[in-house]
Write a protein of this length. Structure first.
Length: 223
């Protein structure tokens, strides 16, 4: 059957209309995908930012533990030469510094390539709680650094200023309470705060240290 010129024009119009509809649908789908991507990117970045914050705050805690324990020795504490104020062996001081440096390095390399989803509500809550306590520990470190290293003679016996301060001679045991709280918050940050996209290697390493390794002996975790 011969196709007339009029019918041929109708067929061409139908094909053009079909192509335009398909193109419009593809464009609409692309635009929807772009919206989804645009929404997902900030959300994904927020997850990675929370993971970096968590790691950096954990590293800060370990650095403070090293600094404060070292200061106690420098200030000639009579109570904390072999054992630190955290209840750890002074021999573990070097490990604290090395682990802190390693955690900071991992924080720099948290990447979008980590695709396993991170649980909602994890990370920022724990790092913020730890940050608040770490800010208080900063004040303790500054105070210890300002103390002398000569015995202060009281009514009964002489005592080093740093020991009097930590023992709560004029502060109602506040430093010990803060340090126990810091250990508790560190434990929470490691056990509950470290989720994807934190690399499993550093997460598992820290979990091991806090559960059965030398960090498990900290006052505030054992108490």
């Amino acid at each position: 059957m011969k196709t007339t010129t009029a019918r041929l024009k109708e067929i061409i119009k139908e094909e053009i209309s079909k192509k335009l509809s398909e193109a419009s649908l593809e464009d609409l789908e692309a635009r929807m995908a772009a919206i989804d991507t645009g929404e997902a990117v900030p959300h994904k970045k927020a997850k990675h930012r929370a993971a970096r914050d968590e790691l950096n705050e954990i590293a800060r805690t370990l650095e403070q533990m090293f600094e404060l324990s070292s200061l106690m020795v420098q200030k000639k504490s009579e109570h904390f030469q072999d054992t630190t104020v955290y209840g750890l062996s002074i021999r573990d001081q070097g490990a604290l510094k090395k682990i802190a440096a390693m955690v900071r390095e991992y924080a720099k390399h948290v990447k979008d390539a980590e695709t396993e989803p991170m649980s909602e509500g994890r990370g920022s809550e724990y790092s913020e709680n730890l940050r608040y306590t770490n800010d208080r520990v900063d004040h303790i470190i500054k105070k210890v650094g300002s103390l002398g290293d000569e015995i202060v003679h009281g009514s009964t016996r002489g005592e080093m200023p740093v020991d009097m301060y930590i023992d709560g001679f004029d502060n109602y045991d506040e430093p010990r309470k803060v340090l126990r709280k810091q250990a508790e918050k560190l434990n929470m940050a490691i056990v509950y705060g470290l989720r994807r996209p934190v690399p499993h290697a550093i997460r598992d390493y820290l979990l091991n240290k806090i559960k059965t390794g030398f960090l498990s002996d900290m006052r505030g975790i054992k108490d």
